[in-house]
Design a protein around this ligand. Structure first.
Ligand SMILES: C[S@@+](CC[C@H](N)C(=O)[O-])C[C@H]1O[C@@H](n2cnc3c(N)ncnc32)[C@H](O)[C@@H]1O
Length: 241
């Protein structure tokens, strides 16, 4: 293998790569999420959805919805009189999501790009993006789009893997996340390169403070950051001005 370091993909090349990567792992995505997160991923999503302060009858948007776990949590919050729109640009991921959420008549699926959301401005009471901001080729633009489609006073939420805050925990995390994880994913049938991309993309992602600034620049106020499980996952929550 060459020792020459490759520059990370950007723009359309990154979008195509990400689309292909998720198409390849879609059938195993849910299983591997449970394994590599020690089943914490459901509690993380529940926490983030709690911060949306949704009411019965509200409308919520789940951007980059994937296999729909976030959408299901949102659907519970808005109830039968409310509506959740799940949007993703990868047909195989959305296909798994559609089947999984078919019992939830208040979840509607739409194919679309996070950076050019196919919805009118000021439509939703909240917009979430879970474990996906890292994957879009222009995260500030995706956040701006989420702000655009949310009503004033509504919430925009990103839940994302981050680097842990505790110095004591960091070495253990590094061994697991950067060293062992691709091999563990491989053992359970995950594509090894997808689970090599995962830690690399976390390394390149914005810091908590940088993402807070991006959200404020996009027109959100009171941006709060919540560290979950020693900060390996981080929820950013802002309110549209
Ligand atoms: C790690 S999965 C997260 C899925 C889901 N939100 C969850 O909580 O499990 C990332 C998802 O982001 C989607 N995605 C990445 N870039 C996107 C974009 N520009 N527009 C729409 N979806 C995108 C992928 O297709 C994939 O389904």
């Amino acid at each position: 293998m060459s020792r020459i370091e490759q520059r990370p993909l950007s723009g359309e090349a990154k979008d195509r790569y990400v689309q292909g990567l998720f198409a390849a792992i879609a059938p195993k995505y849910d299983l591997l999420n449970s394994i590599i997160s020690f089943n914490r991923h459901k509690a993380w999503r529940r926490f983030a959805v709690g911060k949306a302060l949704l009411k019965e009858g509200d409308a919520a948007l789940d951007v980059a919805a994937g296999t729909g776990d976030f959408s299901i949590e949102l659907a519970k919050s808005v109830g039968q009189n409310g509506e959740v729109v799940a949007v993703d640009f990868c047909a195989p991921m959305a296909g798994v999501g559609r089947r999984k959420t078919s019992a939830h008549s208040n979840i509607h699926w739409s194919m679309g790009d996070a950076m050019s959301l196919p919805f009118a401005s000021n439509t939703f009471d909240c917009a979430t993006i879970g474990f996906a901001l890292r994957n879009v080729s222009d995260a500030p633009r995706a956040i701006s789009e989420m702000v655009r489609v949310v009503k004033p006073g509504g919430r925009v939420i990103s839940l994302e893997i981050n680097r842990p805050v505790s110095a004591l925990f960091k070495p253990f995390w590094s061994v697991y996340f950067y060293g062992l994880l691709p091999g563990i994913a491989g053992l359970f049938g995950g594509k090894r390169d997808a689970y090599t991309y995962l830690p690399a993309s976390v390394k390149r992602f914005y810091t908590r403070q940088e993402l807070t600034q991006i959200m404020m620049d996009a027109g959100l106020r009171d941006v709060k950051v919540y560290d979950l499980t020693m900060g390996v996952v981080c929820a950013h929550v802002g309110v549209k001005i």
